[in-house]
Structure formats: C-alpha cells, structure tokens
Design a protein around this ligand. Structure first.
Ligand SMILES: Cc1ncc(COP(=O)(O)O)c(C=O)c1O
Length: 326
C-alpha cells in the first residue's frame, strides 16, 4: 500500500486555461488522499528503519489539521504502531472519521492560544506535554523534520520527468515542506523552475497581518522553521472566499473536486496569468481532494452563511464552452 504513494497524475487544465500551458499535479490520488502521504511515509519509514520507532512499543504523537494525520495513521496501521493525533476544532468531521477508521487516537484541542487567537500553538504545546510524559512517545515533527521536504522533492522530480523543466510551480504553504522540497530539488538539479508560494490571507508565514481563517490545510499562525528566504520567487496571498471560488471553478470547468488550498492555487494562477509569458509552462500542485470539504466549501449553505450570495462568481463557468474544449 505504501508503495502507491506518489506518481500522481499530471493533467492539463485545457478548459480553465485554453490559451496557456497550465497543468495540475493531482495529489488526491495518493492512498490517504493528499500530498502529505509523501511526508508521512518519508518521516516514519526513516524513524522505523533507524530504530527510533519500535512497532508494538512506541507511540507516535503528531499535530496535524488533518492530511498529515491521515498519512501517518495509514503508515502506523501498516506497521502496527500506536498513533495519537492532536487536532483542533477546525479539523473536519470527515477527517476525524477517517482517522478513527485507520485506528488513530484523536485528541482535540478546543482552546485558542490567548496571544494569537490560533489553535496551532496550543496543539504544539499539547504534543510537547504528551512527548515529555511518555518515554515511548516519538514526535516526527513535520515542522522541523528534514524528511518532510526531502520527500516532497519527488513532486517536482515527477513533474520534470513528464514535462521536462517547467517554468513555474505554484505551491500552497503551511509547513513549507512542499515548497522547500521542490525548490531544493530545482537548485540541486540546476532547473530554471521558479516558485510561486500561495499563502492564506492572515497567515504568518510570509508576514501577513494575523486574521481569522476558516479553511484548514494551508497557512500557519507561526513562521515554520522550514520556511526560508529565497525559497519562493513570488508570494500570492488569497482569502477564504478566493479558495471557495477557485475550488468551484475547478470542479465546474475541469471536473476536479479539490480541497481548499487547491482553490487557492487556482486563484493565484488566475492572478498571475497575464503577467507571466503566455507560453510559460505552469504547474499547480493540488494538495488534496474535495471530499473532506463537503460540509464547507461545497456546501451552498455554508458558503452563503460566511460570504453572502457569491455563486455568480463561478456559476457562468458551468456552461459548456466549446472554444476551450481543445
Ligand atoms: C490541504 C493542504 N494544502 C497545503 C498544505 C501545505 O503543505 P506544506 O505543509 O508542505 O507546506 C497542506 C499541509 O498540510 C495541506 O494539508
């Protein structure tokens, strides 16, 4: 099962971008449903092979808003390792159900950090407490573990194997594992690829002013240790509504049911479309699928409650446009 992680499909977005070579790396095809399966396998297999995790004795403890947790739960189920996952109130019910089905134990942090109003610092504090109180506990630590970005280098390697060197890769950011992994791979291989980091409005990663964010997965309330100056050639900040619109556009025109950060990446593609050379080859990494956002991004009631009547922003796209059916 673990060998099915990676080698995800690369599809041309003919309909959204008929006049530009734009591709999507569709990471929902990983067995756990997201790009974070790559980090989970990369980090855990190394910890098991080095003897730091001993199946039957060790307990893995990690903080995740969902996708990494699913990836780790999958690897732990495979190797027979106990897994305690620290999530927060924003983690969707679907993700919690998947985690339970994979045998993970879930701890939900419900209090926000008084200083930032965010859950993440509280989740990280709870992980530290759990690790300090149990000598058999091991924290892979996606925020610092070099295996997280190292396993993401494959994303760009697979893209380059298929398309040759590409001009621009658009990455959503949270731990910056995907961005760092791909950017370091490009530097190692001497590729000309430039990186557009796509971050949430209100996220601290690239210094935006803190603001409440609704959509889990991308953005962070801390500057992650894997972040570094020079990884991204450009940063685009997108709002929660931009994520919704991007997702609804993807499904209406390309039949890709994708998660919130994929909508963010599509919005960033739109914003930069006319600024970059028309023939520049662009690849959007779509980190996960939409199945876990059915009660939010794909719920008309949820969208109206948070943003008002906004369906006109994507409704006209659902109609057939033969010109773009190349
Ligand atoms: C849906 C989604 N998008 C984007 C990201 C960001 O990826 P990274 O942690 O590699 O920066 C994550 C990370 O968990 C995610 O779950």
């Amino acid at each position: 099962m673990l060998s099915t992680v990676g080698n995800t499909p690369l599809v041309r977005l003919h309909r959204l971008y008929p006049d530009h070579p734009v591709y999507a790396k569709v990471e929902r095809f990983n067995p756990g449903g997201s790009v974070k399966d790559r980090s989970a396998v990369g980090m855990l297999v190394e910890l098991i092979e080095s003897g730091r995790i001993v199946p039957g004795r060790s307990v893995v403890v990690e903080s995740s808003s969902g996708n990494l947790a699913v990836g780790i739960a999958q690897v732990c189920a495979y190797f027979g390792v106990r897994f305690v996952c620290v999530v927060d109130a924003k983690t969707t019910q679907q993700n919690r159900a998947v985690l339970r089905a994979l045998g993970a134990e879930i701890e939900v942090v419900t209090a926000r950090d008084p200083a930032t109003g965010e859950y993440l610092p509280m989740r990280l504090r709870r992980v530290r407490e759990l690790v300090e109180s149990d000598p058999d506990a091991v924290n892979p630590d996606q925020y610092r573990n070099p295996r997280n970005p190292a396993s993401m280098a494959r994303v760009l390697a697979e893209i380059t194997d298929e398309l040759g060197p590409v001009d621009h890769v658009f990455c959503a950011t949270s731990t910056c594992g995907t961005l760092r992994g791909c950017a370091e791979y490009a530097a190692d291989q001497g590729l000309p690829t430039r990186f557009v980091a796509v971050d949430a409005r209100g996220s601290a990663i690239f210094g935006d002013a803190p603001a409440r964010r609704l959509i889990p997965g991308h953005g962070a309330s801390i500057v992650p240790p894997l972040h570094g100056d020079g990884l991204a050639d450009e940063v685009v900040h997108v709002s929660d509504l931009d994520c919704v619109v991007g997702c609804r556009r993807l499904v209406a025109r390309e039949a890709i049911l994708a998660g919130g950060s994929s909508g963010a990446v599509v919005t960033a593609l739109d914003r930069t479309l006319d600024r970059l050379p028309a023939d520049a080859v662009r690849v959007a990494v779509l980190p996960d699928g939409g199945d876990r956002y059915l009660d939010t991004i794909y719920s008309d009631r949820w969208v109206t409650r948070h943003f008002g009547e906004v369906a006109h922003l994507w409704k006209d796209l659902a109609t057939h446009n033969p010109r773009s059916d190349k």
